[in-house]
Design a protein around this ligand. Structure first.
Ligand code: PFF
Length: 462
């Protein structure tokens, strides 16, 4: 019933392997570093609600569509889109969707690896007892000093990128699958341990209130865009990562069910991260809006105080490194698969070249945090620009194009076949409705509003 193609890169050994890998891609710095910090910057509860709505109404349907495209195309996103466009009688420009993913992947990986480098550094910092009984001000000072030192950042960024290249160069089942099998469950357990600790602090009820009692007056158009962008970023959507993982998915696996599991786990981890971090923020009278430094300025305070905190904290940051690692490899995989398919490169060479390119861009990102910090555009340094442009614009745009292709261009027969559905089916109908109307409209409205075009159009219509 499904596409007769097979992938030249191999296949996951089971549905479980795919779920773990896709969850490994989804769960990463986006959940534990980015979600809490942007929630803090955007005022809490109302932002969280918009985020959850985006996951359900936009993210989940697009994730289903992206896995479907991958499994039907069975190649790198660029080649999958080319074959599928041809098969469905569409213009070959649809291939551009794959290209946008490759470019977006480089851009994300560049700053992602820098932050993963911070995490690596914090494994050693915490392990050496730096934070034992440190004050909140002291912890904050240590982070600011660290980020202003380009040599240190460069060293950690380089190590992390090398780690990612090594795993991707080993291929689907040897590298990717092994890396995620044990690490994801352990991170989950540790995060729950952190939440239990946070429950014992005086800030827990304030944090619950902050995260789950919405104050819609704090919501701005730009925070809606940020929530939507975060849904794409956190679920790894819109740039081919999930598509390429879908291309290794065995035929007999139910796509919607798998998507629900991955999106559910991802959201759970983000909420747990919020529940672990904000109680400490409030217990120490800190400001929730601390931008990108939040996790690194807050968690070490708790590690410095709790019994066994050095061991616990070191393990925590170590697992965060693994979570970032399993996400970073999914950012490299689409371009590596393409280089292998189209340029006859070996996996090792393809991984090395693409990793090196992302590394170079990452150097620009990390320098923009210190010696190049004066160079800004729209009030953002290179790091911020890459983060905003990819997360808030490129991923939602890529996601919507996926939704439009599957919802409007692909024949129903094809999508039903790939989903193994015959006749009328309520889940299928709801899904088609969401990707045809809800996702494209929501993304278009938010992007138009933020760019100022919506106001301009409404003025014109008056
Ligand atoms: N989802 C990852 C995270 O939350 O950390 C980041 C990411 C990975 C984004 C892969 C996009 C992507 F294609």
């Amino acid at each position: 019933m499904t596409s007769p193609r097979t992938s030249i890169h191999g296949e996951w050994s089971s549905r479980m392997a795919f779920v773990l890998a896709a969850t490994g891609s989804a769960v990463g710095l986006g959940n534990i570093w980015r979600f809490p910090y942007i929630t803090g910057d955007n005022g809490g509860g109302a932002f969280v609600i918009v985020y959850l709505i985006c996951i359900l109404a936009i993210g989940l349907p697009i994730m289903t569509a992206e896995i479907l495209l991958g499994r039907r195309g069975r190649q790198s996103p660029i080649n999958s889109m080319r074959s599928l466009a041809k098969e469905e009688g569409c213009h070959k420009a649809w291939q551009g969707l794959g290209w946008m993913g490759v470019v977006g992947g480089f851009m994300i990986l560049s700053f992602y690896s820098v932050v993963a480098g911070w995490t690596l550094a914090y494994v050693f910092r915490t392990g050496s007892g730096t934070f034992v009984n440190a004050t909140a001000d002291g912890v904050s000072y240590i982070f600011d000093q660290f980020v202003s030192d380009p040599e240190r950042l460069l060293a950690w960024h380089t190590i992390f990128m090398a780690m990612s290249i090594v795993v991707v160069s080993r291929g689907v089942s040897h590298g990717l699958e092994k890396a995620v099998r044990y690490l994801m469950p352990t991170l989950f357990v540790l995060l729950i341990g952190m939440v239990f600790y946070a429950m014992s602090t005086s800030g827990f009820s304030l944090a619950l209130d902050y995260l789950f009692t919405p104050d819609f007056s704090k919501l701005t158009t730009s925070s809606i865009l940020t929530a939507m962008g975060q849904a794409f970023f956190s679920l790894s959507l819109g740039m081919g990562a999930i598509m390429i993982y879908g291309s290794y998915l065995p035929r007999d696996v139910s796509i919607p069910r798998t998507a629900v599991i991955v999106a559910g786990m991802d959201t759970l981890v983000a909420l747990l991260a919020g529940l672990a971090i904000f109680p400490i923020v409030f217990a120490y009278n800190l400001e929730p809006a601390q931008s990108a430094g939040l996790v690194f300025k807050v968690l070490p305070i708790a590690f410095g105080e709790m019994p066994g905190g050095t061991l616990f904290g070191t393990t925590f940051f170590l697992l965060l490194v693994f979570a970032a690692w399993t996400s970073a490899i999914s950012l490299l995989e689409p371009v590596v698969a393409w280089l292998v398919e189209n340029h006859g490169m070996t996996r090792v060479m393809a991984s090395a070249w693409s990793g090196l390119t992302a590394w170079l861009l990452g150097v620009a990102s990390l320098l923009s945090l210190n010696i190049w910090s004066a160079y800004t555009l729209f009030g953002r340094n290179i790091f911020g620009l890459l983060e905003d442009l990819t997360t808030n614009i490129m991923l939602p745009l890529g996601g919507v194009l996926i939704a439009v292709f599957v919802g409007w261009k692909m024949r129903r027969k094809s999508s039903k076949h790939e989903m193994d559905i015959e006749g009328d089916h309520i889940v299928y109908n709801l899904w088609i409705f969401l990707i045809r109307y809800v996702s494209p409209l929501a993304v278009a409205i938010v992007l138009l509003k933020v760019s100022g075009l919506l106001d301009w159009i409404t003025q014109l219509l008056k």
